[in-house]
Write a protein that binds this ligand. Structure first.
Ligand code: HDD
Length: 731
């Protein structure tokens, strides 16, 4: 039997057995396609073939790339111990040459990112909607690789900047790769792909001084968006808490565009894809996000990495809003317009299945950096809509990989290789690794028996067939009139926010526009954009910027049937439990060890975690005489890295903490960031030292009832009622 092109997304045999279905899926096509049965049906063969790409140097000799064993990796070959180096030193030259070329161009956008492996499993057979195999077999675990990212900043920029987050999923299905390349917001800044370079040039650091890194608070961004009203809806999302997510694990994801699902009968439905995290959706506070950018640049990637390492596997539910083809025009907006969402109150989400991320990559560069997504990677049963932004994306992604990954063979990199076999007449080019046998690299041919051959599109055969949409139109450069309402959904979003979310939006516009040097740009954004979204919002921002208060909008307000969409507010998206939450426990010598043990037991029962933090990272001795290992010093793991703080009693410990500025700042900062705080036993004395009062999130006591109240406050994510009072606490 002829060896097949290996093809699986980097998975090691032991860890990935759970990802791969061992079910034998023979297709009627397998005979026609020669030896496809091996690749399609035998998961172990896939795993074995994959292992060829992994390199484990344990127990191995150090060798050159040509396989020569190296005797001395410390010294260049020289003419005498103190003499000049010799050009003939092939070992040094090979090593330095390779090093000199280690860097590849970073992604033009979404350069900063982190990835993880996992699987997707359908809840049921969704044949009525789609013929895509991975959505029809509930027993099948389809391997996925996910990459989360920020948009604006370079590879080394901070994780917690105010920005949109990329949410890109590669499904390695048996019928080919499907890439769902989305964001954590359901709309986009522009309506037509031809504007993408303009938008990106505006948001990226300014060209003369390459500032700012990782943010949009600068003149060129606000100049562009204040001149382009179609951006109004996405910009308000970017000014909302959604742009400073608490973690990657707690982000919603959206396919943004309308796509199509096609069933075996050829029937099409429009769909919008949604990812919903099991831990709920919540955000950082702006002050926290800014501090974290310095205290832990890797905050988001670290959280994801650690969650997977300890077995808190992040989970999302994939769902779709389904719109029948005949209902395409029944909405007050155009479903092809990517600056519009479909409110869930109008079209509820149909759950399809769940995604679990359960394995960290072995090598960041080989996997996370080299993964190449493209919205054009679809499989039979999925198709595009005519959204003009999506249509442009179909070209851009493959194109960008050619310069980023050095040629058109990036699909051969282990992380990008489909599980499905691939054979065609494409040949050669940079970095070709497949050794194609045979003479005929053209089709049709008679020399190689006519292989590889086309597959008829009938569903049981699996040949891809585009949806048979009728198009009867003039060739024209024009924006559809149905794309012209830019403010109604921005208003819907603002109206759907809770009070504190609205306040954060006002603060974010004020902060960002406050960083804009040119007064005319600030004024244009307030008068011509914000005033058309909501007059109160515009007035509050104007007041903060010292601008004249707008009295009316510049375009007539359209009346919409829906004035609020509760599904858009994060206040309604919490999980209701404290699973995977992190509690800082402040300790010093003489701490009450029994209180710590009780807390740890209770947290474990809820699936949450505690870390012990001391004045230094040295172990402390409890009041009971037990040596307690400390996870870090309070400076090493600041309060911004935690969801809540617990201070166990113990007279000696509390005396030490009360006289320790770092510990007091720790508590004040947690208070200011509206976190749940529990003061157990003697820790009650800290209330007076700190000048704080008990509230529904600042709990005094350590018994079961107090712990219950503490956990309930953590589940609420923040003590919002404390927000006005917290402003009096120094930052
Ligand atoms: Fe894009 C990367 C998401 C519009 C062109 N985009 C990229 C990534 C995500 C998105 C998540 C990172 C993928 C990864 O992790 O490797 N992009 C979106 C969404 C959009 C969108 C949700 C609108 C709904 N993008 C968009 C347009 C264009 C591009 C209109 C061009 C016409 N995007 C790119 C790109 C990137 C990219 C330049 C940079 C790196 C890459 O593709 O692989 O081609």
């Amino acid at each position: 039997m002829r060896p097949r092109s290996p093809g699986t997304p980097g998975v090691s045999p032991t860890r990935s057995m759970c990802l791969m279905s061992t079910k034998k899926t023979t297709s009627p096509n397998s005979q026609a396609a020669g030896t496809d049965t091996l690749d399609r049906g035998n998961s172990n063969a896939k795993l074995e073939s994959l292992e060829r790409f992994r390199s484990d140097a344990t127990g191995q000799a150090l060798r050159t790339n040509q396989g020569v064993k190296i005797a001395d990796n410390q010294n260049t070959l020289k003419a005498g111990a103190r003499g000049p180096s010799l050009l003939e030193d092939f070992i040094m030259r090979e090593k330095i040459t390779h090093f000199d070329h280690e860097r590849i161009p970073e992604r033009i956008v979404h350069a900063r990112g982190t990835g993880a492996h996992g699987y997707f499993q359908s809840y049921a057979d969704h044949s009525a909607l789609t013929k895509a195999g991975f959505l029809r077999d509930p027993g099948k675990k389809t391997p996925v690789f996910v990459r989360f990212s920020t948009v604006q900043g370079p590879r080394g920029s901070g994780d917690t900047v105010r920005d949109v987050r990329g949410f890109a999923v590669k499904f390695f299905t048996d019928e080919g790769n499907f890439d769902l390349v989305g964001n954590n917001m359901p709309v986009f800044f522009i309506q037509d792909a031809i504007k993408f370079p303009d938008f990106v040039h505006a948001v990226k650091p300014e060209p003369h001084n390459e500032m700012p890194t990782g943010g949009s608070a600068h003149d060129t961004f606000w100049d562009f968006v204040s001149l382009v009203p179609e951006s109004a809806h996405m910009v308000i999302w970017a000014m909302s808490d959604r742009a400073i997510p608490k973690s990657l694990r707690s982000m919603q994801g959206f396919g943004v565009h309308s796509f199509r699902l096609i069933n075996a009968e050829g029937r099409s439905h429009f769909v919008k894809f949604h990812w919903h995290p099991s831990v709920g959706t919540c955000s950082l506070l702006w002050d926290e996000a800014q501090k974290l950018a310095g205290k832990d640049t890797d905050f988001h990637r670290r959280d994801l990495w650690e969650a997977i390492e300890i077995g808190d596997y992040p989970e999302w539910e994939l769902g779709v809003q389904v719109i029948a083809e005949e209902d395409e025009h029944k909405f007050e907006f155009d479903i092809l317009d990517p600056t519009k969402l479909i409110p869930e109150e109008l079209v509820p989400i149909t759950p399809l299945g769940k995604m679990v991320l359960n394995r960290n990559p072995d090598n960041f560069f080989a996997e996370t950096e080299q993964v190449a997504f493209c919205p054009g990677h679809i499989v039979p049963g999925i198709d595009f809509s005519n959204d003009p932004l999506l249509q442009g994306r179909l070209f851009s992604y493959t194109d960008t990989q050619i310069s980023r990954l050095g040629g058109p063979n990036f699909h051969e990199l282990p992380i990008n290789r489909p599980v499905a076999p691939f054979h065609n007449s494409q040949r050669d080019a940079m970095h070709r690794s497949t050794i194609d046998k045979g003479r005929a690299s053209y089709e049709p041919n008679s020399i190689d028996g006519g292989w590889p051959r086309e597959t008829p599109p009938a569903p049981e055969n699996g040949g891809f067939e585009s949806y048979n949409e009728r198009i009867d139109a003039h060739k024209i450069r024009q924006r559809s009139e149905s794309f012209s309402d830019h403010f109604s959904q921005a208003r819907l979003f603002y109206n759907s926010m809770s009070k504190h979310e609205q306040e954060h939006i006002i603060a974010a516009y004020s902060f960002e526009l406050g960083k804009v040097d040119r007064p005319q740009i600030r004024e244009r954004q307030v008068q011509q954009i914000l005033a058309n979204i909501d007059l109160q919002l515009a007035r509050r921002v104007a007041e903060n910027l010292g601008l004249p208060a707008p009295t009316k909008g510049t375009v007539a307000e359209r009346k919409m049937s829906l004035s609020r969409s509760p599904a858009l507010s994060q206040a309604n998206l919490l999980s209701g439990d404290i699973k995977t939450r992190k509690v800082a426990v402040l300790v010093a010598n003489g701490v009450d060890g029994t209180a710590i043990a009780a807390l740890q037991k209770a947290l474990k029962a809820e699936g949450a975690h505690a870390k012990l933090l001391g004045p230094t990272s040295a172990a402390v001795t409890s009041a009971q005489g037990k040596v307690l290992a400390v996870d870090a010093s309070m400076e090493g793991l600041p309060s911004v890295a935690f969801d809540a703080v617990f201070v166990p009693g113990g007279a000696q410990s509390i005396k030490a903490l009360a006289g320790d500025g770092v510990a007091l700042h720790y508590l004040l900062e947690a208070y200011r960031h509206l976190k749940a705080i529990a003061l157990h036993g003697e820790a009650r004395e800290l209330l007076q030292v700190l000048g704080l009062e008990v509230d529904e999130g600042l709990i005094v006591g350590g018994d079961a009832k107090a712990l219950k109240a503490f956990f309930a406050a953590i589940a609420q994510h923040r003590v919002w009622s404390r927000e006005p009072r917290a402003r009096a606490i120094p930052a």
